[in-house]
Design a binder for this molecule. Structure first.
Ligand SMILES: [Zn+2]
Length: 124
């Protein structure tokens, strides 16, 4: 979910929590990919027919590709969530995450503190 949309719909703190949950769901998927990869590698030593070996090779490639994609997505989601969370402190009063979305730009979101009314920009 985009930051501006998230702030409008559920608020910053819930948006941040959901981004972390999505990131960690990707971590769980990464662990499943590693298990699938290890299982396919283990199975490759037991089968001798060409069809079985081809099936194992496909399983290894799928698990490896999905694992790499999942790892990249996990790291991206966490890095983005943390980078945005570090900008969620009001520079005027120090309130964390108590903000409303004022305007959305391509690489930034203008926000306003709900506690003191100070405006600032969060860069994505
Ligand atoms: Zn403030």
């Amino acid at each position: 979910m985009k930051l501006a949309e998230g702030i409008r719909k559920v608020g910053f703190r819930k948006w941040y929590e959901r981004e972390l949950l999505a990131g960690h769901a990707h971590l769980a998927l990464l662990l499943m990919c590693v298990l699938g990869l290890m299982t396919a590698l283990e199975a490759s030593s037991r089968y001798t027919s060409a069809a079985d070996r081809l099936t194992d090779l496909v399983a290894v490639l799928v698990c490896a590709a999905a694992g790499v994609w999942t790892l990249r997505r996990y790291l991206f989601l966490l890095a983005r969530a943390e980078a945005i969370a570090h900008q969620a402190d009001c520079p005027h009063c120090g309130a964390y995450g108590r903000l409303t979305c004022q305007a959305e730009h391509e690489e930034a979101v203008d926000v306003r503190c709900r506690q003191c009314g100070h405006d600032w920009t969060i860069h994505l």
